[in-house]
Design a binder for this molecule. Structure first.
Ligand code: NAP
Length: 280
């Protein structure tokens, strides 16, 4: 039976460490500030923003929320971002996605200063990650790597298979695993015989968005399995991309959904904000 990786506990440990560092900076007269921009009335986005602001408050990070109407124009949103870029009290800027359809997300991400881009989505930060330079790393892959290293501190030479190649998760996850000296295979919707690749994985990371797609016979015995997927299959039931019940009988370690990767995302957002403040 696999070890269940407790993402909630790992996130709490990380937040406690962050709170200590934020308090130490405050004693030196340096406050750490995050600005969250929320456009429109999407209920899920409102919940995400509320959770991020609550997490900031718990760790002593000052948060500012900028709410804009769904009909806000490109120029007005860019002006808000540029004001925050110039504001010395703001170290991190988070633009809650998705944006309403008339706004170009890529254009807006480009408007954020790369040094304040705590989501790590700016192409400058993607380039820094690829070049092995310090920068802002997207929160969910960063948190996933931490969970992997909690159970397997030395990843040298292990075969990691990442299912998914999004800019938000799959691509940066593969780069991080490569940086930790794994041999990395990146799979996607056009991959032929996906189960055959998965069976070779010492580390298997699934970020697809298909409920319980990864089955027990896709998994090498003893493998570490990281389930990034969040799939709502009923009113109150959320499952991952991995068939937890059958896979946990084969894997060496596995993240549950919920309570695995999810809690690490917010903790890493706070970690990125602190990092931005420290390099100020
Ligand atoms: P995405 O942009 O939709 O990317 C999905 C990836 O899966 C794509 O690369 C796609 O391939 C691949 N894919 C789709 N069907 C496939 C199949 N049948 N076989 C193999 N690969 C397939 O999604 P994302 O933003 O990366 O997110 C993935 C999942 O993680 C979602 O469930 C999302 O909710 C979740 N997520 C969770 C967190 C968290 O905090 N826990 C954060 C981010 C995302 P192509 O590129 O060929 O289309």
């Amino acid at each position: 039976m696999a070890v269940i990786i407790d993402g909630k506990a790992a996130a709490e440990r990380l937040k406690t460490r962050i709170a200590g560092e934020v308090a130490a900076l405050r004693q030196q007269g340096r406050a750490v500030g995050l600005a969250v921009i929320l456009v429109g009335d999407d209920p899920a986005s409102h919940i995400y923003v509320r959770n991020k602001i609550a997490a900031c408050e718990k760790t002593g990070i000052t948060s500012t929320e900028r709410r804009l109407p769904a009909a806000v124009g490109t120029d007005e949103l860019k002006r808000v971002i540029e004001d925050l870029n110039r504001d010395p009290a703001i170290h991190g800027i988070l633009l809650q996605l998705p944006l309403p359809g008339h706004l170009d997300e890529n254009e807006m991400i480009l408007a954020i200063s790369p040094d304040k881009d705590v989501d790590g989505l700016h192409p400058v930060n993607a380039g820094r990650l690829m070049a092995g330079l310090p920068g802002m790393v997207p929160c969910t892959p960063q948190g996933s790597l931490m969970l992997i290293q909690d159970v397997r501190p030395d990843l040298r030479g292990l075969h990691a298979v990442v299912i998914g190649r999004s800019l938000l998760f799959g691509k940066p996850m593969a780069q991080l695993l490569l940086g930790a000296d794994c041999t990395v295979t990146q799979c996607h919707s056009k991959t032929r015989d996906l189960p055959a690749f998965c069976r070779q994985a010492d580390i298997l990371v699934a970020a697809v968005g298909r409920p319980q797609m990864v089955k027990a016979d896709w998994v090498k015995p003893g493998a570490t399995v990281i389930d990034v997927g969040i799939n709502r299959i009923a009113e109150k039931k959320v499952v991952g991309d991995v068939d937890f019940e059958s896979v946990s009988a084969v894997a060496g370690a596995i993240t549950p959904v919920p309570g695995g990767v999810g809690p690490m995302t917010i903790a890493c957002l706070l970690a990125n904000t602190l990092k931005a403040a420290k390099s100020d």
